[in-house]
Design a protein around this ligand. Structure first.
Ligand SMILES: [Zn+2]
Length: 151
């Protein structure tokens, strides 16, 4: 997986760069990145929901470089969002027409490495993703509760 600075034009794979399609969360062990905490807990829940159905799957997996640099490479975790590796992307459309493309690893970067995505992306996830219907979200959260009680 290559490094792309946040909010640069997305051109991964064979697609031509597009000013309305922007990179988010393509971190690398060689580059510093913004750190902080997203105060709205729904943000991470939505991200976890989105990475359940990743787009643009690639062959092979990319592991988290920060974990590798720290000597950790636990490649096969239980749930997809717990793994420090990924091979897909999520896309978040904002009302402004911008589409943000992030690796599924973004969830791990946020949870484990305190990555703070740009505010425009956080807002798009929280407020502009109408395709995440309340019904879908409730179904997801309900399943989480069931999984926990069956564990
Ligand atoms: Zn990591």
């Amino acid at each position: 997986m290559a490094y792309y600075a946040d909010l640069t034009e997305y051109s991964y794979g064979r697609t031509a760069p597009d000013k309305n399609v922007l990179n988010i969360g393509w971190l690398s062990g060689d580059h510093d990145y913004p750190k902080g905490e997203v105060s709205d807990k729904d943000f991470l829940n939505f991200i976890k929901f989105l990475i359940k159905t990743p787009k643009n799957l690639y062959r092979g997996w990319h592991s988290c470089e920060f974990c590798i640099n720290a000597g950790l490479d636990f490649r096969w975790g239980e749930a997809h969002y717990d793994r420090p590796c990924g091979n897909g992307e999520i896309m978040v459309k904002s009302i402004s027409g911008k589409i943000y493309v992030a690796p599924t690893l973004i969830c791990h970067y946020i949870e484990v490495h305190s990555y703070l995505p740009p505010k425009v992306f956080i807002d798009a996830v929280l407020y502009d993703a109408p395709y995440i219907s309340v019904a879908q979200m409730n179904k997801y959260l309900y399943k989480k509760i069931l999984d926990k009680s069956n564990a």
